[in-house]
Ligand binder design. Structure first.
Ligand SMILES: [Zn+2]
Length: 283
């Protein structure tokens, strides 16, 4: 086993065979990414074991919410804040991020506030397309206040490729420019570097010091010039490593580390793989 003291994975989906069994449609998401349900760990214990035994130091586990009233194909497509917190209780390397369906209105916020206090959530992840909610939604504005009050970041998770049963227009990171300016104290992370709006995500991050992006190792054919430019220009200071587990084919810390070191040098690699995440989580 390769033991790296460096890597914090900022983007893990706690998908298991048990989770997949709740939603018939889920198998097609895996297929789009070259996986089958059998490739998933049977349960969250095995999931935690697979990640910790790989040598990753810490990992952000993302709760998720969809709105099946608006997107009927996404029934049971959720993994609650409480589910994620339960894994973190048993495994200290897990950093729990909650989630809400903003269409549940004020109740969602009241529950989230309670969960932050009681479950120790360290951040919130919002699936804007799966809940059909723009970042400028009025409940979202109250969510940002709650995040600032608790010094926790918010991740916006685009799902353009993975989730077909919803409209992707809500995920366009162009909407986040206004949010970043209205809430300068809010730490915003654009998941998957905002793919397929990577150029827009980079532009928003360039313009706003409170905006971060998370990335996987960039395959040659997907290596986006704007993203590489952003990393070089900012020395990777607002870039986080997020594997999108289980969708990163090569989940080996040794390979991940050598990729970033080779592409961007040791100091930038250490910031992307560890230091930026540590700083963000320590506030
Ligand atoms: Zn993801």
């Amino acid at each position: 086993m390769y033991l790296s003291p460096l890597i914090i994975d900022f983007h893990v989906h706690p998908w298991t065979r048990e989770f997949a069994s709740r939603n018939n449609y889920f198998a097609s998401i895996l297929r789009l990414n070259g996986l089958t349900v059998k490739d998933l760990p049977p349960d969250t214990e095995e999931l935690a074991h697979r990640i910790s035994s790989s040598g990753v130091q810490k990992a952000v586990f993302l709760a998720q919410y969809a709105d099946h009233r608006l997107n009927p194909g996404l029934k049971n497509f959720f993994f609650t804040s409480r589910d994620v917190a339960k894994i973190a209780d048993r495994h200290s390397f897990v950093i729990p991020f909650g989630s809400i369906n903003p269409n549940d209105g004020l109740d969602a916020l009241v529950n989230l506030k309670k969960d932050i206090a009681e479950l120790g959530l360290k951040g919130v992840c919002i699936f804007t397309s799966a809940t059909s909610v723009y970042p400028s939604n009025k409940i979202m504005y109250l969510l940002y206040d709650l995040c600032i009050e608790n010094s926790i970041p918010v991740i916006f998770h685009p799902a353009a490729l993975d989730i077909l049963h919803c409209s992707i227009k809500y995920d366009d990171p162009v909407h986040l420019d206004e949010i970043a300016k209205d809430f300068p104290e809010l730490k915003i992370i654009i998941g998957h570097a905002g793919w397929p709006w990577t150029e827009t995500a980079v532009a928003v991050a360039m313009r706003n010091d409170n905006v971060y992006i998370d990335i996987q190792p960039l395959e040659k054919d997907k290596q986006h010039a704007a993203l590489v430019h952003f990393i070089k220009r900012t020395h990777g200071k607002r870039v986080l490593f997020g594997s999108n587990y289980p969708l990163l084919a090569d989940y080996k810390p040794k390979h991940i580390e050598s990729y970033f070191k080779k592409e961007f040098g040791s100091a930038v690699a250490e910031d992307i793989l560890h230091n930026n995440a540590e700083e963000l989580l320590s506030k």
